[in-house]
Design a protein around this ligand. Structure first.
Ligand code: CDP
Length: 207
């Protein structure tokens, strides 16, 4: 039986951490859909055509730490405005969402476009400054040489591009539960997401 959890929100809001923890708590599979756009972005940086790269994407391409760099994130948000790129990635995401045993997908348009029938939708937010600080800590922790101001500018530029684009803009689904993580620890944010899913989904009785 399938059970789909859609987790959307702006850059570095904590979707990835929350999604992984929630998936592990309920024993669901997890897909970070940002990686699809990052993989296409990385191929474009290497000279490929975006639509051709999206159509040829192989799930193996997603397992690559090089996709986590700020340059690839910017390239991802640039290819993500192209409708044919987005269209090429829909079937894979919808197939993943329907898998037996439950699935958590995180991204920008999961609750609105990819899985409008998701059993639970959560929209994760936090202030831009808070998100930039977290991403700055994450990047410098991995040894990346970058300033907080650069990370904040990157986050704001991606937010604007994601919100303003015509194809699948970043917007909460009408039936999404909002989760503002600005003043929450990771543990508190995860606990709230688990409570939202348990309350809204009747998970135990569905699987
Ligand atoms: O981890 P972070 O939130 O910084 O970014 P990500 O989720 O890996 O997404 C990278 C970029 O891909 C975003 O800025 C979006 O432009 C795009 N994206 C999208 O358009 N739709 C999705 N479902 C997921 C990501």
């Amino acid at each position: 039986m399938s059970f789909t959890v859609a987790i959307d929100g702006p850059a570095a809001a904590g979707k990835g951490t929350i999604s992984k923890a929630v998936a592990s708590h309920f024993g669901f599979a997890h897909l970070d859909t940002g990686l699809l756009y990052r993989a296409v972005g990385a191929k474009v940086l290497a000279g490929a055509d975006p639509v051709t790269a999206a159509r040829a994407l192989d799930p193996v391409d997603l397992e690559n730490d090089a996709l986590r760099t700020p340059a690839v994130a910017q390239a991802a948000s640039e290819v993500a405005v192209i409708p044919d790129v987005r269209a090429a990635l829909v079937a894979f995401q919808q197939g993943f969402a329907r898998r037996d045993g439950g699935a958590v997908l995180d991204g920008r348009d999961i609750g609105t476009v990819i899985c409008p029938q998701a059993d639970v939708k959560i929209f994760v937010t936090a202030s831009a400054e808070c998100r930039a600080q977290r991403r700055f800590d994450e990047l410098t922790g991995k040894g990346t040489d970058i300033t907080y101001e650069t990370v904040l500018a990157d986050v704001k530029a991606r937010d604007k591009r994601d919100r303003d684009r015509a194809a699948s803009p970043l917007v909460p689904a009408e039936d999404a539960v909002m989760l503002d993580t600005s003043d929450l620890s990771i543990e508190q944010a995860v606990a709230q997401a688990i409570a939202i899913i348990t309350d809204a989904g009747g998970v135990a009785s569905r699987l």
